[in-house]
Write a protein of this length. Structure first.
Length: 118
């Protein structure tokens, strides 16, 4: 797998955490999203803006009593790109494991001596 195969908008761990959390199909308030992801306010603010700019998130401001709450929802584009990102990672992992198994099976050296420390 090449780096170019991965979506750069999801390559940052914080953005991936946000999208993965919202991929459950929920609309979450800023506070709930912060608690779910464990991100600091400033980092969450910056990363949600980047995801909105990429077209992955919708931000909605709603009145809750005397206060205004900000809610986020994953767009269809964000959901599809997240699923593709996960698919590519799984594919890369499966290829890596298959290669490792093949290499282990091809190793015809003598068996390891259990009495050796190293």
């Amino acid at each position: 797998m090449k780096l170019a195969d991965l979506d750069p908008a999801l390559a940052a761990p914080a953005r991936l955490a946000i999208v993965a959390t919202l991929a459950r199909g929920q609309r979450l308030t800023y506070t709930a999203l912060r608690e779910e992801t464990g991100l600091a306010d400033g980092n969450l603010h910056v990363q949600t803006r980047k995801l909105m700019a990429a077209g992955y998130l919708i931000r909605e401001r709603v009145q809750q009593g005397a206060r205004t709450a900000t809610r986020f929802e994953l767009t269809e584009r964000g959901r599809l790109n997240f699923l593709e990102y996960v698919r590519r990672l799984r594919e890369a992992g499966e290829d890596s494991f298959a290669a490792a198994r093949g290499a282990a099976g091809a190793d015809k050296r003598r068996p390891a001596d259990p009495s050796r420390v190293w």
